[in-house]
Write a protein that binds this ligand. Structure first.
Ligand SMILES: [Zn+2]
Length: 150
């Protein structure tokens, strides 16, 4: 008798291991929807699934994945506690004015590339990239001794 696949919640480490493998294979993944699709393909036979938002946050927090954030402007920046991209802490950014006073201008994430000024830069698209390229394929990184002349 076959047991039904349990729909359990995956540990973050399990998801990270799969998403890093997927990104290394793909090189570049053009959206968080696509990334979740690829990860969920691997998870299917385990009866588990992850959401695009969770995959995105874990990808950023892994430190192993490069991220490009596309944004659109949407009015003045509200008070923010956490990064809208990866939920990490934010640092306030400030400009020095002509009189030497500092003026709060926006926020910068302490972990990912997202930032905003007075105008809220709302993230709406993400591109994920492998930070470490695969060794195969004849890259120029390896140390090659000079050719011996005959
Ligand atoms: Zn962030």
């Amino acid at each position: 008798m076959a047991e039904p696949a349990p729909r359990k919640r995956l540990k973050d480490e399990e998801v990270v291991a799969i998403l890093v493998k997927v990104i290394l294979e793909e090189g570049t993944v053009a959206s968080q929807t696509r990334l979740a699709e690829l990860v969920n393909r691997q998870l299917k036979r385990r009866g588990a699934a992850v959401t695009p938002a969770r995959v995105r946050v874990l990808a950023v927090r892994s430190g192993l994945v490069g991220l490009t954030v596309r944004t659109r402007s949407d009015g003045p920046t509200p008070d923010l506690e956490r990064c809208p991209v990866c939920h990490s802490k934010l640092r306030r950014t400030a400009n020095r004015t002509l009189t030497g006073a500092t003026a709060q201008t926006g926020y910068r994430c302490t972990r990912c590339p997202w930032w905003t000024g007075r105008e809220m830069r709302v993230p709406h698209h993400y591109v994920f990239q492998a930070k470490v390229a695969r060794a195969e394929g004849g890259g120029q990184i390896s140390f090659v001794p000079a050719q011996r002349r005959l």
